[in-house]
Ligand binder design. Sequence first.
Ligand code: GDP
Ligand code: MG
Length: 598
Amino acid sequence: MATKYIRNFSIIAHIDHGKSTLADRLLERTGTVSQREMEEQVLDTMDLERERGITIKAQSARLVYDAKDGHQYTLNLIDTPGHVDFNYEVSRSLAACEGALLIVDATQGVEAQTLANVYLALEHDLEIIPIINKIDLPSADPERVRREIEDVIGLDAENAILVSAKTGQGIDDVLEAIVRYIPAPEEAPQKPLRALIFDSHFDAYKGAIANIRIMEGTLRAGQKIRMMATGKEFEVIETGVFLPQMHKVAALECGSVGYLAAGMKNVRDCRVGDTVTTATHSAQTPLPGYRKAVPMVYCGLYPLETNEYDALRDALEKLHLNDAALLFEPETSTALGFGFRCGFLGLLHMDVIRERLEREYGLSLITTAPSVNYHVYCTDGTMVTVDNPSLMPDMSKIERIEEPLVKTSIIVPKDMVGTVMEISQNRRGQYVTMDYLDETRVSLVYNLPLCEILYDYFDTLKSATRGYASVDYALNGYQVSPMVKMDILINGETVDALSVIVHREFAARRGRALVEKLRGLIPRQLFQIPIQAAVGNKIIARENVAALRKDVLAKCYGGDISRKRKLLEKQKAGKKRMKQFGTVEIPQEAFMAVLKVE
Ligand code: GDP
Ligand code: MG
């Protein structure tokens, strides 16, 4: 197939504006997936994705379309993950395209992720086709949204396509627009091979599979290839395309999108963003834009039952095969025993991995509060990175600490600006800009410490604005801050897994709120349990868990044995997710309590 009949495109949108639904309609209309096979939202496959309504792992599909000009076109739809945690993956997917469909919900208008995605698409010089979706809804206001796309984004929206991805109205216009407005890939079949890896996954039979876009040259099975960033070499066993399931083809020509299998043991052998070239007659330079995925959020994962440690390691290794961004290494806690320190791209990524470990691998876990990565400059001139609060060096050895910042964009109705400002400033946010999108809505930009975002920032913002706030954020460097380690002592002993790093000025307030919260979470015993918060040697807050007045079984003595058994069983069930610490039991909620204190 000549490159002039190929179109490579992505769909970009704010969450819930209809990306997956539109993709399904395109698959259906081109007969790629028959109506009978059409399960709702074919492109969102993982159970978790369906439940959460977001694409976590992108998928691609090749559509064959007979256009009105009488020619048959190959349309490669490259799906993108729908969450800010995966922005780097989004940018690599866009780099594999010549164009993008920009979907805006006709009842909502431009939102924070609409803008973030448009900026990414513009960075890659993509042809952007504006689409106004959900026009079947009574509250749709396509004219207002059209103006907003022009005023806020600066795109010509005169020809924006009006669509209902639900009913299928306007889908043919979308297909025609893809053919007409998105440029064909450049023709460079004679050049040495350069293929961009924009995604990867692990297949039980074929090993790691790289999703690739051939930018220059041709790729066929049997060729020897080299990954330019890692320098690793492999022999190509299979090339293929996505229908959307994997389908073997003899070769991938210049401009096309597909996959390669090369007996790679691990997705880290084919890193997203890396360039594939041939081992001989190699390309001189890799394609631009490669970077290694860096975790932003860390936490400890511990098996509730010590004998599940090996099962947890095996499960993490399996997930790791498929997820180059997930990091883990063994760690030991005096409170929790043997477990793993894990690194994630963001909070959602962390939640997804944790849920998969529990659901798919049947593990019961204790999770410690998430932490960010601090740059700790010591008085001896060295710098250490600290992602586990309990490993923070002694304050006397620290010269300064730098914490990661994120640039956060928030779009809200204008009467909620005050609320957003208050919430952001309470979390040490620095105001950057404020712009009116139209008469009713405002876009605010704050620079926030990443660690403050972990303190329930998004949920607080969402509930305070009754769900109206739309948010996007991206890492934005480091700043020096007076951070201190706050320890929690239970029954006089430091529980390492409860230590947190806080801003010095927040320590007293958060310490008091935290011990108060813990008092309510830690089960009472026959003796009084003191709970203290300390910075260095200084106790900054204290509460007591009062002693139980009498044994729960006391009233059963001499009584009915079955009632006694029932009580014991009830106690046992209540013990789920408790970790024994000396004579005290600490429930899972205690490790997360710090995130819920103001
Ligand atoms: P995504 O997050 O961008 O992938 O959005 P989805 O495709 O999952 O759609 C979000 C919600 O909007 C779902 O409940 C869809 O059924 C609904 N939806 C999508 N397109 C339309 C449309 O054209 N009309 C109506 N009424 N609902 C739609
Ligand atoms: Mg979706």
